[in-house]
Design a protein around this ligand. Sequence first.
Ligand SMILES: [Zn+2]
Length: 144
Amino acid sequence: MTDSQNIKDLVRANEEYVKNFPKESSGLDPRPSRKLLIVTCMDARFHPSSAFALALGSTHIVRNAGGTAEEALPSIRVSQHKLGTEELLLIKHTKCGMYPDEGPDEIRERVIGDVNLLRNHGEVKGSISGWLYDVDTGEASRVV
Ligand SMILES: [Zn+2]
């Protein structure tokens, strides 16, 4: 079996990454240093680590189609109850493939709905905020 071009590219890129892997990133604690959890969409136009300058070991990032809170609940439980995160950002974005007919205002309503779901959920705790990310500008703005 021959590797696809993607696999060849990824292997090559990872070899470079390993060569430059910073020593201080080795042996990090599994509990995120910022005690921060981001729940967001899997959309390829949004890289939370780049958009927010997140260092390795600092933040949990849970991704699924649409950045839906309900689907993320099992991971949120582990993040908060086993690995100590205390602040949750739920981030949806413009032009989401899950909601192709919805504009920014409708996506904001979805953010509010998901944040309310999380705030009223008995097992979810801590600070919870909701955000909208613009895939055309890179700007994240707080909704709630
Ligand atoms: Zn999306």
